[in-house]
Ligand binder design. Structure first.
Ligand code: ADP
Ligand code: TRP
Length: 333
């Protein structure tokens, strides 16, 4: 049984790209009896960017509701909010004391942020949290004896820092208290196109938010997907815009092939195709949308699920922290 752990950024309601590209595969892995999964919403990391209590809380709820709506079994997996287990912050402090500034300065994420801020003429607003971000992330991982950490390519260096800081701690204190985690780099298995044909991404404002109500979905699909003015009776290229590709991802290969044939044959318009896409989104995710809305309307249920997860996480964290505290000479708590 492998202990798998991953953190999820709390940046807003997950869109179709997040769901198909990240949430569904992670849930399949978490629900697999061969694994033991720790999944948490990284709301302390989000604080490096978001300074709005309401937005932080709402984003966290939306992410939690989305994962639960897509079938994450919160009894099987340990699902929690990072900020509910503050031991991560304590461990991050200890790790800070074992890691050279010169190494942190080499972090791609930090250098990118510095460059971005510099371009906008505001280098001063790179906060210290952004700088020490990899130490909090290392703490998230080491605190739970995680063996495997599935992450995107952009997080690979953070995992190297995690192994590095754990080894430095071991060498300095002369005792091994941490499990050295392996990064499991996920090559994007799937690339969901956005409504403008580019990769779907929050930052591009081209997302399909499947939890929206049917009216809003209809408006978004009709307005944001640009189709050319080919006459209804003329043959059409299914790849001329993202309607067919999105339909294929939701409705499946057989249905998609049928739509492609109709488009190529002529007499079938982009309006028809958009209507089919809308129906596929509305009907295909009806159960998930209901659950999402039910959970978002019942914060008590979400709080309860996250609280129970945090309690289980804390049980593990407590043991690991005692190993760390003893190694440091502070003594167990
Ligand atoms: P965004 O680009 O909207 O900010 P994130 O970068 O926060 O999304 O991505 C969160 C997760 O969702 C990552 O695992 C990422 O690989 C996945 N993901 C995001 N957009 C897509 C997409 N268009 N297709 C497939 N997976 C995606
Ligand atoms: N930094 C990760 C990201 O941006 C999120 C994260 C925080 C994380 N802590 C983690 C991922 C621990 C894996 C393990 O996506």
């Amino acid at each position: 049984m492998a202990r798998i752990l991953t953190g999820i950024q709390a940046t807003g309601t997950p869109h179709l790209g997040n769901i198909l590209g990240a949430i569904r595969p992670a849930i399949a892995q978490a629900n697999d009896p061969a694994n033991e999964s720790f999944l948490f919403i990284a709301d302390m990391h989000s604080l490096t960017q978001i300074k709005d209590a309401n937005a932080l809380r709402e984003n966290t709820y939306a992410v939690a509701a989305a994962w639960m709506a897509f079938g994450l079994d919160t009894e099987r997996s340990v699902f929690y909010r990072q900020s509910d287990v503050p031991a991560a912050a304590e461990l991050a402090w200890y790790l800070n004391c074992f890691f050279p500034v010169s190494r942190l300065e080499l972090a791609h994420s930090y250098k990118d942020k510095m460059a971005q801020f510099k371009d906008s003429g505001a280098a001063a607003s790179v906060n210290t949290g952004l700088f020490t971000y990899p130490m909090l992330m290392s703490a998230d991982i080491l605190l739970y004896d995680a063996e495997q950490v599935p992450v995107g390519k952009d997080q690979k260096q953070h995992l190297e820092f995690t192994r590095d800081v754990a080894s430095r701690f071991h060498n300095a204190m002369g005792t091994e208290v941490f499990v050295l985690p392996e990064a499991v780099i996920q090559e994007s298995v799937m690339l969901v196109p956005g409504l403008d044909g580019n990769k779907m991404s929050k930052s591009r404002d081209n997302t399909l938010n499947i939890f929206d109500d049917p009216k809003a979905l209809k408006k978004r699909i009709n307005k944001e997907i640009e189709t050319d003015g080919t006459a209804l009776e003329d043959p059409k290229d299914p790849d001329a815009n993202p309607v067919h590709a999105l339909y294929a991802l939701i409705a499946g290969a057989a249905e998609a092939e049928h739509m492609a044939e109709q488009l190529r044959a002529g007499g079938y318009g982009w309006g028809h195709a958009k209507k089919a896409l809308l129906e596929a989104v509305v009907d295909g995710f009806a159960a998930e949308r209901d659950t999402f809305n039910r959970l978002m309307a019942d914060r008590g249920a979400l709080d309860e699920a996250l609280r129970a997860g945090a309690e289980r996480a804390e049980g593990v964290a407590h043991e690991v922290m005692n190993r760390v505290r003893v190694a440091l000479g502070y003594g167990a708590r």
